[in-house]
Design a protein around this ligand. Structure first.
Ligand SMILES: Nc1ncnc2c1ncn2[C@@H]1O[C@H](COP(=O)(O)OP(=O)(O)OP(=O)(O)O)[C@@H](O)[C@H]1O
Length: 301
């Protein structure tokens, strides 16, 4: 099943090409759309929702053409915009009920749904306070709640962690992961921070200057490296020397040793060295690449 697909999609503004012949295909699950500020992420989302006309190419969301079926797309896709757009004089409940009513829910159903989603995003206690006094984290939660209130099949979240402190960011990321995993709603989430999407996405699309840099399952980004991390309680230096004597390539990294796995025998050498030196092994872990590392290497799309 394809959630969204673009084919040579372009969008120009008078002085800049925001999207440049972008061709991507996104399936169900949580997909990260990553790119620096100005890469074209918001432009893409607006086109996908039928809010902005493409200059060239095509795009579909849930099989619907964005040029002709924008209203239908918005009925089944929730949208969390990037910028602050909340009326300061309304409470979260008033606003979320209003958004539910706008989506066609009857009054009672709108009230119930609003209460449910506000509870789900962790805003239940504060829901009758006016939003003008909310923190950034609370505002982001209301924006997420209104994107979910009409029970969409998919949600597009534009920089949901913007302006949040580390704890708020972790909570928002956990919430997004739950939307995808527990509720089965497909998520397209943008960020300019590569690392944070690594934790919650199944798939990552990276764009730069409106062009596709890379589109891969997260597992491909973070595949195993040829390094194993070893931590021992004491005797790190002795272990490093012993491994070096056996021809292994070892570097110290703080309290751990990084050992290059040149062949399966490296593991045997490690086991024997730890046993011979009578060391207490705390950790033995295969190294994984982080998304950031991928961008220090030449792209191979
Ligand atoms: N309405 C507009 N008129 C003129 N230029 C625009 C308009 N909207 C976007 N742009 C330009 O298009 C490019 C892509 O912008 P876009 O907002 O899509 O990027 P982004 O990846 O979402 O970045 P950010 O997170 O900073 O919003 C930028 O150079 C931006 O200045």
């Amino acid at each position: 099943m394809t959630i969204l697909a673009t084919d040579e999609l372009s969008r120009s503004f008078p002085r800049v090409t925001a999207l440049d012949r972008l061709t991507i295909s996104v399936g169900p699950g949580v997909t990260g759309l990553v790119g620096a500020n100005g890469a074209g992420k918001s432009t893409l989302i607006k086109i996908l929702l039928g809010l902005l006309e493409p200059s060239g190419g095509n795009a579909q969301v849930l099989g619907m053409d964005v040029r002709t079926r924008g209203a239908e797309i918005r009925r089944v896709v929730g949208y969390m915009p990037e910028h602050d757009c909340l009326p300061p004089d309304l409470s979260a409940t008033e606003f979320t009920v209003h958004m539910a009513r706008m989506s066609g829910l009857p009054r009672t159903a709108a009230r119930e749904r609003a209460a449910d989603v506000l509870r789900h995003v962790g805003l239940y206690e504060e829901r009758y306070r006016v939003m003008g006094g909310y923190s950034t984290g609370m505002k982001q939660r209301v924006k997420l709640a209104q994107a979910l209130v009409h029970d969409p099949q998919a949600v597009f979240l534009d920089e949901p962690t913007n302006g949040l402190d580390p704890q708020g960011r972790d909570e928002m990321l956990a919430l997004i992961r739950r939307i995808g995993a527990e509720f089965g709603i497909s998520v397209l989430v943008t960020s300019h921070l590569l690392g944070e999407l690594e934790r919650i996405c199944d798939h990552v699309v990276v764009i730069d200057g409106g062009r596709l840099l890379r589109s891969s399952a997260i597992a491909e980004f973070t595949q195993a490296t040829e390094t194993v991390t070893v931590e021992v309680e004491e005797g790190q230096e002795a272990l490093a020397s012993r491994l070096a004597e056996r021809g292994e390539s070892v570097t110290a990294d703080g309290r751990t040793l990084l050992v290059r796995v040149r062949a399966p025998e490296t593991y045997d050498a490690l086991r024997d060295a730890v046993a011979d030196l009578d060391l207490c092994l705390i950790r033995l872990e295969q190294g994984r690449r982080r998304i950031e590392d991928v961008f220090k290497e030449p792209a191979d799309v």
